[in-house]
Design a protein around this ligand. Structure first.
Ligand code: NAD
Length: 333
């Protein structure tokens, strides 16, 4: 199958591309290779992907509508997985406009081109952050999502809304996947596990927000990409309405929202303790107040994804941390 992946040099895009290539698909990657974090990490991921003969790549910015349209016309993908975005909750406080350009304009261009190419299934990255200030956990797809706390989360919520309208007008099958804190080898340098590990190894203070009183549904990267792979062949279809009762399928469009997470919440201080234990070294802790825009806890309900695909996350956070540390030490030292 010919699959176009945006953000293929990013953390999730890299792992997904690799899995799909191994399974014999053709993958066409698009990435701007921007410098939000260490570009050499993106280059190293891309170098690995380029070893596969079924992999092609364009360095392109999704904000350039003409360029994106031409790539789609040339590639004629059957499936599109749209992962490129300006990610990160904290950065969105300082640089909100970057998010509007990349996540709103860029995403619009992907939806528009997917419609013009009549793709079989468009899967797009949303985020657990759209649940915002919701108190009820676990988060379910049908919970209200009206209280985003950051511009990052707002752009993801806007993406869901844009996708629904296009899906209903053009009958375009779209799944919005709400990811819950993804971590693992080749992970993002701006995320907790990477920053804690780097700080501990280099004897630098690590910032711990809300004095550590946070819970996250940490989801291991292999579970995420396996879930996406299972979903690719299952585009939403209005006839499924009765099959998957109470789901998040739109009543009027082949559009749905699905959570993808590990379904276990981990206390942040336990997470840090585990990194210390594995590195045999104590962190220098800098306890901080809750960062604006951040939520105190996340926890996914993934029953719906399981019903549709059989998805079940397998990786316990202790094993996941171990695998990350093995990669980190090997890559950086
Ligand atoms: N990692 C997580 O925990 C997590 C959680 C929730 C949602 N998400 C979402 O999943 C997706 C993938 O996240 P990730 O962790 O792999 O992030 P990432 O930053 O590692 O990957 C995104 C990639 O997209 C590229 N990109 C950004 N803007 C672009 C643009 N305008 N045009 C072309 N390329 C562009 C970047 O260069 C990067 O390589 C994102 O949409 C993110 O918002 C991730």
């Amino acid at each position: 199958m010919k699959i176009l992946i945006t953000g293929s040099s990013g953390f999730i895009g890299f792992h997904l591309s690799k899995l799909l290539l191994k399974k014999g698909n053709s993958v066409y990657g698009i990435d701007s290779m921007n410098n939000y974090y260490d570009v050499s990490l993106k280059k190293a991921r891309l170098k690995i992907l380029k070893k596969y003969k079924n992999f092609s790549f364009s360095k392109a910015n999704l904000e350039n509508s003409k360029k994106i349209e031409n790539i789609f016309k040339k590639v004629k993908p059957k499936v599109v997985v749209h992962l490129a975005a300006q990610a990160g909750v904290r950065y969105s406080i300082d640089k909100p406009r970057v998010y509007l350009k990349s996540n709103i304009n860029g995403t619009f261009n992907v939806i528009e081109s997917s419609h013009k190419c009549k793709v079989f299934h468009l899967i797009m990255a949303s985020s657990s952050s759209v649940y915002g200030a919701n108190k009820k956990i676990p988060f379910k797809e049908n919970d209200k999502t009206e209280s985003q706390l950051s511009i990052y989360a707002s752009t993801k919520k806007a993406n869901e809304s844009m996708a629904h309208s296009y899906s209903s007008i053009w009958n375009l099958p779209i799944t919005m996947l709400r990811f819950f804190t993804v971590y693992g080898p080749w992970g993002r340098p701006d995320m907790a596990l990477f920053k804690f590990t780097k700080g501990i190894i280099n004897n630098k203070k690590i910032d711990i927000y809300n004095n550590g009183k946070m819970y996250r549904d940490f989801t291991y990267i292999d579970d995420i990409v396996k879930g996406i792979n299972l979903l690719i062949k299952k585009p939403p279809n209005l006839k499924q309405k009765n099959k998957f009762k109470n789901d998040s399928l739109s009543p009027i469009a082949p559009f749905r929202v699905l959570n993808i997470g590990n379904t276990k919440k981990v206390y942040l201080l336990d997470f840090i303790k585990q990194i210390e234990f594995m590195l045999k070294k104590k962190a220098i802790r800098n306890y901080m107040p809750l960062q604006r825009g951040d939520v105190k806890q996340t926890l996914s309900d993934t029953k719906l994804l399981r019903k549709i695909t059989g998805y079940k996350s397998k990786t316990d956070y202790k094993l996941g941390i171990k695998k990350f540390l093995n990669w980190y030490i090997n890559f950086y030292h």
